[in-house]
Ligand binder design. Structure first.
Ligand SMILES: [Zn+2]
Ligand SMILES: [Zn+2]
Length: 287
């Protein structure tokens, strides 16, 4: 194992990915906080237990506690997936390759997100993200560790097929992190005429709504374009009035929320917690 870590420069990669990740995240967070102050949002929400728990997720992911487990796993898998290295985008001009790559990954993320709301075991894990009843920009990090892991693993195959060299991932990472941070913030932006192209805070807030007329839609990650194309676009002029999953109460601690899906899947208090009403019934209230 030690040999594996040395050969794949584990520590070097861990330090680099932590510094880059923290730098990108801190910059995005500062921009969002500045915009919230400018909008005179109620900042007392950051002193609540809910926000402090989201901060624990931020530390878990942004300070690379998660990466300590995941990087050796990726180092183990990467050589075994050599067969998938097609490098399709390497034959395209860099800018075109970058845009195509971005669209493909956002498209895949849209469908993955829809599946997470339609398939019961996936919802058990994804529902952790929806347990937050008081969204702040920190909530973007409230992702169950297994959800983060399986989505990351599934995305390795298209990443190898497309063959994007690592430096080109940085702009995608920056836009992705900024978009997700901003979407969960207290900002009331709707993006006006761009609302059918890009995910705004009001748009994503609808996805976190407790109202079935609102939460069965708006699955897009950076682009709302997919929701407009595939009939899941829910119009938003302002953020949803209430957020969370009705009837689902999970303690506001990281550990309790990591254990929660296993308890649900094991059948413990399933009827109380899985809240199948929130699973996508296929009924979408399109604007
Ligand atoms: Zn969701
Ligand atoms: Zn969200």
């Amino acid at each position: 194992m030690l040999d594996l870590l040395v050969r794949h420069k584990f520590l070097e990669e861990l330090v680099m990915s932590t510094l880059i990740g923290l730098g990108v995240y801190s910059f995005c967070a500062m921009v969002v906080i500045a915009a919230e102050l400018r909008q005179r949002s109620d900042m007392s929400i950051y002193a609540t237990r809910n926000a402090l728990n989201d901060l624990a997720y931020v530390v878990f992911y942004q300070c690379s506690i998660y990466n300590i487990v995941v990087l050796p796993l990726f180092a183990f898998l990467a050589p075994r997936l050599h067969f998938a290295r097609a490098g399709l985008l390497l034959r395209m001009p860099p800018i075109a390759g970058f845009l195509v790559c971005w669209l493909i990954f956002d498209f895949l993320n849209y469908w993955m997100h829809r599946l997470q709301h339609a398939v019961r075991p996936l919802w058990a894990f994804h529902s952790v993200h929806h347990t937050q009843t008081r969204l702040t920009f920190l909530t973007a990090n409230r992702i169950h560790v297994l959800e983060q892991l399986y989505v990351g693993m599934l995305m390795i195959i298209p990443a190898f097929l497309l063959g994007m060299p690592q430096p080109r991932w940085l702009p995608i990472l920056m836009v992705q992190v900024f978009s997700e941070t901003m979407q969960h913030s207290r900002l009331t932006w709707t993006f006006g005429p761009l609302r059918r192209l890009l995910v705004s805070p009001a748009f994503h807030s609808m996805h976190h709504s407790t109202d079935a007329r609102e939460y069965n839609g708006n699955y897009g990650r950076v682009f709302s374009l997919w929701d407009a194309l595939f009939g899941t676009f829910v119009h938003a002029d302002e953020p949803a009035r209430s957020q969370g999953v009705e009837g689902m109460v999970v303690p506001e601690t990281l550990i309790a929320q990591f254990i929660h899906p296993f308890r649900v899947l094991a059948g413990a208090r399933a009827s109380e917690h899985l809240n199948s009403e929130h699973l996508n019934s296929g009924e979408v209230h399109v604007s």
